[in-house]
Design a protein around this ligand. Structure first.
Ligand SMILES: [Zn+2]
Ligand SMILES: [Zn+2]
Length: 187
């Protein structure tokens, strides 16, 4: 990762003062995001931008701020491209490993860190990449619509009913589909 340093926090520097992390990187630089685009119909059309502050006020290192990007994914009904902007507030807490190298101590600390929902830390540099990409992945909606009342595609000829009309006779919904339709309307 050529730009790794952009999303790294050096603990020796952080000890003396808070550290600002500002970055703008293509999503493909983030391993899990690159993987996601390969596995789904989703695309990142903006780089991932971040403005964060790392702080080490006590036992725990806090990294907080905003990250943003824009994804493009197909409308669930008509399959046209929908842009979806993500603006996320993030807060990640890291628990630094003890400075003495006792394995027993480290192990204990790791367990308790887990309990508290902290990310245990090993070494003297934090790479916040994996936490950031998890935040992005969790924020991506499962389904999007190009507009609230998207008419979708004709089930017979496939024409986009938002733009065209067709003369197809709609099949009479049998029970299963009718039930599905009801569920959609209730939403
Ligand atoms: Zn649509
Ligand atoms: Zn049709």
């Amino acid at each position: 990762m050529k730009n790794a340093r952009l999303v790294e926090i050096r603990l020796d520097k952080l000890k003396t003062r808070p550290q600002e992390i500002v970055f703008c990187e293509p999503a493909t630089e983030f391993h899990a995001l690159a993987e996601l685009t390969e596995q789904s119909g989703l695309e990142f059309i903006e780089p991932l931008r971040g403005q964060l502050l790392a702080n080490w006020p006590g036992d725990v290192i806090k990294v907080s701020g905003q990250i943003s990007t824009t994804v493009q994914m197909p409308c669930s009904r008509c399959l046209s491209d929908v842009s979806w902007e993500l603006n996320l507030d993030v807060l990640v807490c890291y628990s630094p490993a003890s400075t003495d190298n006792s394995d027993a101590l480290d192990h204990e600390r790791e367990l308790s860190s887990d309990d508290l929902g902290l990310v245990p830390l090993i070494g003297d540099v934090i790479d916040i990449r994996s936490e950031l990409e998890q935040e992005v992945i969790m924020a991506i909606p499962q389904h999007v619509l190009c507009m609230e009342d998207c008419a979708g595609l004709c089930p017979v000829c496939g024409v986009d009913l938002n733009q065209n009309k067709c003369k197809c006779e709609r099949p009479i919904f049998h029970q299963g589909l009718a039930a599905l339709k009801k569920v959609k309307i209730e939403k």
